[in-house]
Structure formats: C-alpha cells, structure tokens
Write a protein that binds this ligand. Sequence first.
Ligand code: GDP
Length: 360
Amino acid sequence: ALTIGIVGLPNVGKSTLFNALTRQTVLAANYPFATIEPNVGVVNLPDSRLDTLAGIFGSQKILPATVSFVDIAGIVKGASEGEGLGNQFLANIRESHAIAQVVRAFDDPDVVHVDGAVNPASDMETINTELILADLQTLEKAIPRVEKEVKGKKREAAELAALQAAQAVLERGDTIFSAIESEGLDMERLREVSLLTAKPFIYVFNADDGVLGDATKQQELRDLVAPADAVFLDAKLESDLVELDEEEAREMLEMNGQDESGLDQLARTGFHTLGLQTYLTAGPKEARAWTINKGDTAPKAAGVIHTDFERGFIKAEIVSFDDLVAAGSMAEAKAAGKVRMEGKEYVMQDGDVVEFRFAV
Ligand code: GDP
C-alpha cells in the first residue's frame, strides 16, 4: 500500500495529530520498517456515496478505501548529515510515497517553539532544507558517474541534463516537487535517483481559531506552498473529536463552523496527492470502494479485487454513481440504458459503480 510520511519540527503537534490518526486506525498493518518501526495509522477515506449504495443494495457492510500514514518522528536540523538517527529518518522518508509536513500555525505561550517564535514559512524552510541537502548529496554522487557514462557513450546526454536541471532547482533552495511544472523537469529520468523532494508534498497547518477563521491568512499560506496542497486543522481538536461518538463529534464540528473533520480532509487530500482514485462495487453483502491509480484500465481495476479477475477479464458492467442514484436501482438504470459494457481499453472514471465479468 502507498504511505504518506508525516514529518515536521519538534513541538508542532505531530504526535497529537498522529495519535488522533491511530485512534481512527482501521487495520493493523505490517510495514517493512526494521529498526525504529515508526507507527502506522490507517484511516478511512470518507465517502458518503457508500452509504447511498448500501441503501440501494441493502448492503450489510460498508468498506471504504483507506489511506496510510507513517509517523517519521523528529526530523531536526542536521538530519541530512546522517548523524545519530538521521539516517533512519531519511530511510523512512525514502520509503514513503508522499510527505505530509506538519507546520505549527498556533499561538500558545505554554508550548515552546524550537526557534523561539511561531513562523510557518521559516519552519518549512528548515525542514525542506534538510531534505534538499540530502537530495544534493545524492546528486553529487550520481552526476559524476553519469557524466562518465555519457562520455563513454553508454548514456544519452539528456540523462545528465535532467540531473543537472534538478541540481539547479535544489541549489536555489526549492524542492523538486515544487518545480516539476515550472521547470519542466524530466521526472522519468529523475526516477533512478529517487530524490526525497520529488515526492508529492502536503502541508498540514496545525492552526488555532485565529487561522481557522481567517480565509485571507489561509490563502497566504496556500500560496506559499503551491503547487503542494494545504490542509488546515487543529490537532488538539482532532484528538478530542476521535474520543466522541459520531453524533457528538458532528455537534462539536458544527460548533467550530466545520462540516468535515481535519482528519477526513487530510485523508482526502492525501489520497488525491498519492495519485489514487476509487471505483465502487455494491451488493447485499457489502458496498465497497476499491483503490486504483488514476488512469488505470478496467482489467487493472479488476485485478485489485482478485488477480483472476484481471487474467480472465471479459468486460465490465458500469453505471456512474449519479446515474444509478437518479434511476433508483440497478434494474431501473439498466432499463434506462445507463449501464454500459466496457472492454479492456476502458479507463476507469471516478464514481464508476462496477460489476466485472470474467472467465477462470
Ligand atoms: P510534536 O513534537 O510535533 O510531536 O508535538 P506534540 O504533538 O507533542 O505537541 C507539542 C505540544 O503542543 C503539546 O503540549 C501539545 O499538547 C501541544 N499542541 C499540539 N497541537 C496543538 C494545537 O493545535 N494547539 C495548541 N494550543 N497546542 C497544541
């Protein structure tokens, strides 16, 4: 499964947020983190469409898709030097598929800030600098090797150019992810060096009421981190919310003027940042969301349920969620001509409700 690594300076609320995430954890998962075994939190991807489907099909169970977060504790200045636990932190980040950076945006005189003052921009720079330095080290090793191979005609010059373009971005203090579009970086050719800052970033602002109630302030922070996504939440509130039952939690959110919890927002944004998508299946037993990559074809999607489904794929019977709801039932959707038969080339769309036909 794809995972999102949570990083951030000390005292920004990572543990508070992570505890809330693990409280929500739906599965126990086994991850290949050998030495310090960072915690893993697996949370549901909220999807109200599943409730609707369960109503239509009389499903007994609802199984949402999930998003996995890994707590990568305590990145500090100097981590890129590989001192002490630094190497382990970097190894854990390397194994994550996206990076969620928790940034302190709350005032509290009782909580000491490591740099003496709350300053989201400077905190982000501190963390990103460590990741950028680690990437520069990677490139400093890779570039001379590729240079030789280009001279020896074993490689194309474009491969070296791709690495040098990445180096230039890092040298001016930017992450690779932030410059993919603007610099037209050749991500295909950068893949072999697996740079940390080439992973998708999410910024999680651990905010107080002042920031949560201030759209202008939020927009400033959004602009600062674009093209990365930003999530605004109050980690303390989130850790209280997970202690409540559904009804109480809804009331508490309402009192705070939110219609969705921060954890739900984080799950949604994380899922999107990982480049994932779901399709839906439903029957009397269960209404379920299945995770695929954006752009996956129908046989690939079938393979997520069972490899036999992919191997023996014949066709997919598909109705869009909206059409199904408008029709009221599968039979009526069929009668209205809304159920399509799709073949091997079909690219799955968000909200597809699917039944696969296959031969074993
Ligand atoms: P970590 O070092 O990044 O894991 O930070 P912690 O989660 O341990 O939080 C550090 C301190 O800040 C603790 O005393 C938390 O109770 C407090 N804290 C965390 N989130 C918030 C928040 O949203 N608001 C306020 N006021 N305090 C918070």
